[in-house]
Design a protein. Sequence first.
Length: 368
Amino acid sequence: MKASRPIPFALGCLAAVLIETQTAEAADSRAQASARGGATRIQSQPRRSTPSKSYPTFGSVDRRAPELDALLAPDARMEKLADGFTWSEGPVWRSASSDLLFSDVPKNRIHRWSESDGLSVFLEPSGYTGHSLKFREPGSNGLATDRAGNLLVCQHGDRRVSRLRPDGSFEPLAEFVNGRRLNSPNDLCVAANGDIYFTDPPYAHEGLDASPLKELLFNGVYLRRRNGELVLLTDRIPFPNGIALSPDGKTLYVNQSDPRSPVISSFPVRPDGTVGDGSTFFDASALLPGRKGLPDGLKVDERGNLWSSGPGGILVISPAGKLLGILDTGVPTANCNWGDDGRTLYITADTQLLRIRTLVRGAGWDRR
């Protein structure tokens, strides 16, 4: 896991092999996106479920170390808020509207949930705004908000990171590397200064790395500066996924969703936002037997603890890399994020949306 390089750059692996042709479909998709400006639509009359103030409990809390008691009350329980999704992902809380947005990746849809309104469709399509191409997972994935409160979207099918405009169209923020499309941006986080870090694995594509639509010969982790410059931080993680910064912004964590190496890597962040060599922060291999899931999305709380999806559900890991406990969902679990007053952890777990109260707030909550 080597250090950062700015774009444009001469990648050794790309210098050896040049992709000279694209499928007609890929070219057609690019032309359509350019003509549309990436436009999409926000549901004017969203489908709603009847809101409920009483929710069933779900799963259990597996306490592995006494330090967990400072993060979760003894009686803390997960609640199931909604279900029926194909693969729920990328939750983000919007303080201004007191609601949660999250993706259903295969359905190409962003849902909205609030205590007052229940569940509705917020945005459709959310990740692929074209028509001619077929993707394994076409929709939006990771979501975040920038410092102005605008929604940032990892778009699998359109293969870019975008900002949602008020009119429902998308403003592309990161889309090409030396003229080649990104693979399928998966997850992202925003630094205190507004820079965006994101991962770019091949999960949108049928055949993953073998897909003829994949234009890059690697899967990367990137920094997108506020001025628009795109920097490749590493191309050494085969399947990069969740990404998060420590509270002080000095460490970048990246999950790898690979059953052969289900690890969380950490990278020291330099003053210019690039990173030094990475190392293994936590290896989840020992948790795989008998449990569903891999390291996927992750978040960090204000004390520097990691809350990462992994085998069994959400792994709670100390800043020193010690496993403190598992929010055992019993299902493959994609991601999590804090909402409400900063002490409610929302969890996207397979077909379901869950939540649990914590004694600690999410990192950066004091800046909201």
